[in-house]
Design a binder for this molecule. Structure first.
Ligand SMILES: Nc1ncnc2c1ncn2[C@@H]1O[C@H](COP(=O)(O)OP(=O)(O)O)[C@@H](O)[C@H]1O
Ligand SMILES: N[C@@H](CCC(=O)OP(=O)(O)O)C(=O)O
Length: 370
């Protein structure tokens, strides 16, 4: 199987590698080992160098498709059933490569955006890694709804990397990395070796269709890189079809596009609040900005949108629609409506005075770019 040299990725202690459907089931007729050998070998070599590895693997839908008379991905029920059927094949294909145990974790956005379940996922991952077991993670497509799903495994891999306290994320693509324009439609597209800030101009470089069996394309890879780098996680987009990329990575080289991590990464809870927590409602305020040290009181709130319970995450935005912060509300929307309305016979201003702040400054994530 190859030519990987036993040189470690520099400074990497814990790595998440994301592998897309096209590598696993390129023709939608079951799993193929052709491209997986190099990836499996990379995982084995990385582990032997002392790097803890987690694998985020797509492919259940593509792997299950051939069991269906009409494998129509636009039919949501069929697509979920394809995922359920293909997940087994996908897991057993991976498992066959390794002489150490692997473990399956299927999750949805509903699991990740709930703080208790998120912490539970973290503990499970840490326990598996402690035992040298390879966690293999996919979205639980069979049970998701539009509201509950992450939707693509690029973003899922970044959320997993953050949850697992990984320091490196490697996303495999069918091209060598991020180009200044779509290399499949522009012969003169140039590979960008390093990105230090993921700006709207960087997003504007992505276009065009997603590869045959894939879901997200380059845009979701950039979203993932943005999530990961803001958590201090070094992120690579590499060509998963090219075996030389894996040996280069192990030698500490950059075979694709490297997204450098923030100098001052967000704290774990801030990152979760910004990138993973669901927004259950909105509080509209006048101000142009919110600081980490701010506490909101009732008088500052112009309107309350959505329904949320105490402790749930809300978006704070201003009247211009700017997203200022996400924070955990100390009060439910129901109570806030009551005390901010002039209810006849109720002394709401006295109630407001007796209430503590609506958001506390230890539970607020200011939404700002690097
Ligand atoms: N600027 C760009 N650089 C690289 N690829 C791009 C760019 N813009 C669009 N693409 C497209 O994104 C594809 C890579 O995404 P892909 O790996 O297919 O995603 P997935 O399989 O996860 O859905 C490329 O094949 C290419 O067609
Ligand atoms: N959860 C889905 C994969 C979704 C996805 O993001 O696919 P891909 O674009 O191939 O990484 C599956 O297992 O088929």
């Amino acid at each position: 199987m190859g030519k990987i040299k036993t040189v470690s990725l520099h400074n990497t202690k814990r790595l998440v590698i994301k592998v897309g459907s096209a590598l696993i089931a390129p023709r939608e007729d079951g799993c193929k080992t052709r491209y997986l050998l190099d990836i499996a070998q990379f995982i084995v070599h990385a582990r032997s160098q002392g790097i803890e590895v987690l694998l985020v693997s797509s492919g259940s839908v593509a792997a299950g498709a051939h069991h269906f008379k009409n494998p129509d991905r636009n039919n949501i029920a069929i697509k979920k059933a394809m995922a359920a059927a293909g997940q087994m094949d996908m897991m057993s294909t991976w498992d066959r490569f390794f002489d150490f145990p692997s473990a399956q974790l299927l999750m949805t956005h509903a699991d990740l955006r709930d703080k208790e379940r998120y912490n539970s996922i973290r503990l499970t991952l840490f326990s598996l890694l402690d035992e040298g077991i390879l966690p293999i993670i996919n979205e639980n497509d069979a049970v998701t709804t539009d509201d509950l799903r992450v939707g693509d495994n690029d973003n899922l891999s970044a959320m997993v990397a953050a949850a697992a306290d990984a320091d490196t994320l490697v996303i495999c693509s069918d091209v060598d990395g991020l180009f200044d324009k779509n290399p499949n439609t522009h012969n003169d597209a140039k590979l960008i070796k390093e990105v230090n800030s993921i700006t709207p101009e960087i997003y504007a470089m992505t276009s065009g269709p997603v590869s045959g069996v894939g879901t997200g394309g380059m845009k979701t890879k950039l979203e993932a890189a943005e999530k990961a780098t803001s958590h201090g996680i070094m992120t690579y987009i590499i060509n998963g079809f090219d075996e030389t990329t894996f040996s280069a990575l192990l030698q500490g080289d950059n075979p694709g596009t490297l997204f450098t991590p923030f100098d001052k990464p967000m704290e774990e809870s801030q990152h979760w609040m910004t990138h993973t927590a669901a927004e259950y409602g909105e509080l509209v305020v006048e101000s142009e900005r919110i600081d980490k040290t701010d506490e909101l009181n009732c008088k500052e709130i112009l309107s309350i949108e959505g329904e949320f319970s105490a402790g749930e995450t809300v978006l704070i935005k201003n009247t211009k629609g700017q997203r200022l912060a996400k924070a955990s509300s100390n009060y439910s929307s129901c109570l806030l409506h009551f005390v901010t309305q002039n209810t006849v016979g109720v002394n709401t201003s006295q109630m407001q005075r007796s209430m503590g702040p609506i958001i506390s400054n230890n539970d607020i994530a200011v939404l700002e770019k690097k």
